[in-house]
Write a protein that binds this ligand. Structure first.
Ligand SMILES: [Zn+2]
Length: 471
């Protein structure tokens, strides 16, 4: 049997070295370069504690310069008092200066990671078993690296889009309570983030347990993050003479009532479309429930069924949950104060005041003071038009034939909340498929499938061109 036929036989049988050899075929030169860029970005520590976004930005800027971008089109911007929190803005000029730019938005900072807790060094890119492992391997250096690589390739390809393409690599997405680069840029350099449409993190593709693509997500809109502090005080006294009126009991009762409470269901374009499309992939029972909620959000039976899935429950209503409590001042004294933090994720279009009023009604205890923490960043979900969905669907069909594009509203927060609120319609779209367990994002041993990263690169490069040339 000729070597060729033997190899073919082994491949079909999926036996031993044959298939491994096929999988380990050398990478194409452009992928080798991309992997090098990705490795450099991932291995530049950009944690708040010891890292530097500015260093990462400088390294990416150097690659753009080497590709021929003039200095005038590359800027690294950082607050004077935070020199390590640099943000990179670069522009590929389009043919039509009047057309609104397309923005490629990605954050280069990462969540902290402790070497001792990880199997591998979190700040060394390790390829193993078909995965890349490292902090930021997925969130969000996968998209950041793809965007820089695309900007380099656009120049090499002589691609002249209709619209300007703006690359924005920002710092502080993970530390908005301390510093957020997008918020700072919008305040201090608003021109840098102005665009007619922005692609951002926020949605990838879902793989089933066997690793097959199930659906590709596109995120439009996100819930609003809002903390409330609850506080109740009491005169207290000696614990040997307990009273019925006890600060801890009153707070606990109120929190127990919150635990049993569900905010009303309210769907928007993204969630309605999501439930309708996901129903096509679900079991008949779940599909019927999803369709039931879309048809009538007050259908209690359908709502109860859909609510069993925490992500879907969170997509269709505001949620508030107790996350921290603090009470009492001495073991032998009746508590004089009990306090708690309640974290809410508010549906777009619902005000903080409305939620506060509902919390007060649920607690049913006027002794409990409810105080919103910080200013929420309400943002209107961007429109889900054919101009947005069409190009994504078109490119997805060439890479993942038959895999549906499904809109979703994010229950977590991204920097899209700032850019949407500033008038730049921002969509979560990565083209990167992930495992159902979330791939260790923000947690231990963060990973991304090698295939998912490379396919996502192909997807984003092509879809960026379509959006940038759109009329
Ligand atoms: Zn992120």
């Amino acid at each position: 049997m000729s070597l060729l036929r033997l190899t073919a036989a082994l491949l079909t049988l999926g036996l031993g070295a044959g298939s491994a050899q096929a999988e380990e075929a050398p990478l194409a030169p452009d992928l080798v370069r991309f992997k090098g860029l990705y490795k450099e970005l991932v291995e530049t520590n950009t944690t708040l504690s010891v890292g530097s976004c500015t260093l990462a930005a400088e390294r990416m800027a150097a690659r753009l310069k080497a590709a021929g971008y003039p200095d005038a089109d590359i800027r690294i911007l950082a607050p004077e008092d935070r020199p390590k929190d640099g943000n990179l803005i670069a522009i590929l000029h389009g043919k039509d200066p009047r057309a609104a730019p397309l923005m490629l938005l990605a954050h280069i900072d990462v969540v902290e990671a402790n070497r001792a807790d990880w199997v591998r060094d979190p700040f060394t890119l390790i390829e193993e078993g078909g995965y890349f492992y490292a902090r930021g391997a997925s969130d969000d250096k996968a998209m950041a690296a793809v965007f820089v690589d695309s900007m380099v390739r656009f120049r090499e390809e002589g691609f002249k889009p209709r619209r300007d393409i703006k690359l924005a690599l920002t710092c502080g997405e993970e530390t908005a309570d301390i510093f957020n680069g997008v918020e700072w840029l919008l305040k201090n350099h608003p021109d840098t983030l102005k665009a007619g449409l922005a692609l951002n993190e926020g949605a990838g593709g879902r793989l089933d347990a066997a690793g097959r693509p199930q659906f590709l997500g596109i995120q439009a809109g996100e819930k609003v993050y809002q903390d409330f502090t609850l506080e109740i005080t009491n005169p207290g006294g000696h614990s040997s003479r307990p009273l019925k009126d006890n600060a801890i009991y009153r707070l606990s009762n109120a929190l127990a009532r919150l635990g049993a409470h569900d905010f009303p269901v309210a769907l928007n374009d993204a969630t309605r479309l999501n439930f309708t499309e996901v129903a096509k992939l679900e079991t008949p029972e779940t599909a019927a429930a999803l369709r039931g909620v879309v048809a009538d959000p007050t259908n209690a039976e359908a709502v109860a069924q859909v609510s069993r899935d925490p992500s879907r429950n969170s997509m269709m209503r505001t949620t508030c949950v107790a996350t921290m409590v603090n009470a009492g001042h001495a073991p032998n004294a009746l508590p004089q104060r009990a306090a708690a933090n309640v974290n809410c994720r508010i549906l777009p279009g619902v005000s903080v005041a409305q939620v506060q009023a509902e919390l007060a009604a649920v607690f049913a205890d006027s002794g409990i003071r409810i105080t919103p923490l910080g200013d929420a960043d309400p943002s209107t979900p961007p429109p889900l038009t054919e101009a947005v969905l069409g190009p994504a669907r078109k490119v997805a069909a060439t890479i993942w034939p038959g895999v549906p594009l499904i809109p979703a509203m994010s229950t977590g927060a991204t920097d899209g909340r700032f850019t949407n609120a500033a008038g730049t319609p921002t969509y979560g779209l990565s083209g990167m498929f992930g495992d159902p367990d979330g791939g260790g994002t923000h947690g231990l041993n963060e990973r991304i499938r090698v295939r998912s990263l490379y396919d996502g690169r192909t997807f984003l490069h092509a879809v960026t061109k379509l959006y940038a040339d759109q009329k």
